[in-house]
Design a protein around this ligand. Structure first.
Ligand code: NAP
Length: 227
């Protein structure tokens, strides 16, 4: 299986790319963070909001013969109360977290449908399930992935293509590093398992979703019991 990871320069995407490239051919994308040299996987610069750049990445990485998997790890947050929010910054979150998915799927689904095989995993979040102040754009973008997955699942089920989302709680990697320590303490104290998630659990869940050919249009809640 050839695995495409959108956002392979971020904490979670990089973790998955490093581990999965031991067994699979991995093609990652980055935007602003230059990749290290000597990686065990390919990296292409892609602004996910720019469909021609997405198309170029898919054209370079994929061929009609490939069995393809896509893991969408792109994500940005804009923390602001709705009534004070900046319309442009709010929209940027929707562009990266939701419209970017559309750009990649529009390019990769024709290849998957032609091959009659495909695996798509989207990283969503517990945030829209619990309602966190200051996260309206992020929560809206992540909840939208659930509806998108169900529609795309039903459109493509007969083509051997599955699409599912993982609703992540708080993990000890990536964007959590921007959270101030006092807020992080409050978050950890609210998690029934009383600790941040281990990224290895994300890897195991992704591997499970790639291995199943009957699970589609679903969400897996990976959050240490936090709802
Ligand atoms: N870490 C957690 O605890 C957690 C919890 C819940 C959900 N999630 C979700 O899991 C995913 C990965 O999170 P993370 O913690 O690994 O975040 P991260 O370290 O901040 O990585 C974000 C990734 O998104 C890419 N990106 C952002 N804007 C982009 C754009 N316009 N075009 C292309 N790429 C863009 C970044 O690329 P560059 O850095 O190269 O610009 C980076 O690779 C996200 O969807 C996030 O919402 C994470």
């Amino acid at each position: 299986m050839k695995i495409l990871i959108a956002g392979a320069s971020g904490g979670i995407g990089k973790y998955l790319a490093e581990r999965m490239s031991a067994e699979h051919e991995v093609f990652g994308s980055y935007n602003s963070r230059q990749p290290d040299i000597g990686l065990s996987y390919n990296m292409t610069k892609v602004d996910i909001g720019c469909e021609p750049e997405v198309q170029n990445w898919i054209d370079q990485a994929c061929s009609a013969e490939d069995e393809l998997a896509l893991i969408y790890c792109v994500g940005v947050n804009y923390n602001c109360m709705m009534h004070k929010s900046d319309a442009g910054l709010w929209q940027e979150v929707i562009e990266s977290n939701l419209i970017g998915v559309q750009h990649v799927l529009r390019q990769i689904l024709p290849l998957m449908r032609g091959k009659k095989f495909g695996r798509i995993v989207l990283l969503s979040s517990v945030v829209p399930q619990i309602g966190v102040p200051g996260t309206s754009a992020y929560a809206a973008s992540k909840a939208a992935l659930w509806g998108l997955s169900k529609a795309v699942a039903s459109e493509n089920a007969r083509y051997g293509i599955t699409i599912n989302s993982i609703n992540l709680g708080y993990f000890d990697i990536g964007m959590i590093k921007d959270v101030p320590s006092e807020v992080l303490e409050q978050i950890v104290s609210s998690i029934p398992m009383a600790r941040l998630g281990d990224p290895d659990d994300i890897l195991k869940t992704v591997e499970y979703l790639l291995s199943s050919d009957y699970l589609t249009g679903s969400q897996i809640d990976l959050n240490g019991g936090l709802f």
